[in-house]
Design a protein around this ligand. Structure first.
Ligand code: COA
Length: 159
């Protein structure tokens, strides 16, 4: 069975991330969404909340799992028994950072392969930071996030 790991901060998970998972499922039997604690980013949702959002969104799909992790993604990949990392590439601006990440990961774990998938064009400008900003100002979110996340954002920002 082919397995892939899709790591990220997912604060919050957006429709763009979900689009990438759906594309990855065309290539691999199982996709594990690995949610990093990412303390440097000071996420607005706790790790448990971010895991819960993703688990609820994919609850009908046995081929998708959501787990939290701290530490190196290369170590997690070994623990999970996969050498495939999925990353989304939204625009050329993502490339430099992703290239650096992929090569650092490869330097630490030579067998690791990073697979880059591009989301639908309508999600190419989307980011979790922009979603948080729109949410904090009471903007319309339904085109960018799942209703589960929209509700959680409204509660977080008391809208
Ligand atoms: N749709 C919408 N947004 C997307 C997207 C998509 N398809 N793909 C990426 N993004 C956005 C995210 O929302 C995020 O936005 P933000 O910065 O505004 O929050 C941004 O692109 C990138 O975030 P993400 O994909 O979550 O990656 P990240 O840079 O936060 O996380 C890790 C990177 C967690 C994978 C990386 O830091 C890591 O592996 N950490 C573990 C420690 C480690 O191994 N370090 C060594 C690495 S060499």
């Amino acid at each position: 069975m082919s397995k892939a790991l899709y790591p990220g901060t997912f604060d919050p998970v957006t429709l763009g991330h979900i689009d990438i998972v759906e594309r990855a499922l065309h290539l691999f039997d199982e996709v594990t969404i690995a949610i990093a604690t990412s303390e440097v980013k000071t996420p607005i949702f706790t790790l448990e909340e971010r895991i819960q959002h993703i688990q609820e969104i994919f609850k009908g799909n046995k081929r998708v799992r959501a787990i939290g992790f701290t530490g190196l993604v290369v170590d997690l990949a070994k623990e999970e028994g996969t050498n495939i990392l999925i990353r989304g590439l939204r625009a050329v601006s993502d490339f430099e950072y992703e290239f650096q990440l992929a090569n650092m990961n490869r330097a630490m774990s030579p067998d690791l392969e990073s697979v880059f998938l591009t989301p639908k064009a309508k999600f190419s400008f989307l980011s979790s930071t922009l979603v948080r900003e729109i949410a904090s100002m009471g903007g319309e979110l339904s085109s960018f996030v799942d209703p589960i996340v929209e509700k959680a954002l409204k509660e977080r920002f008391k809208l």
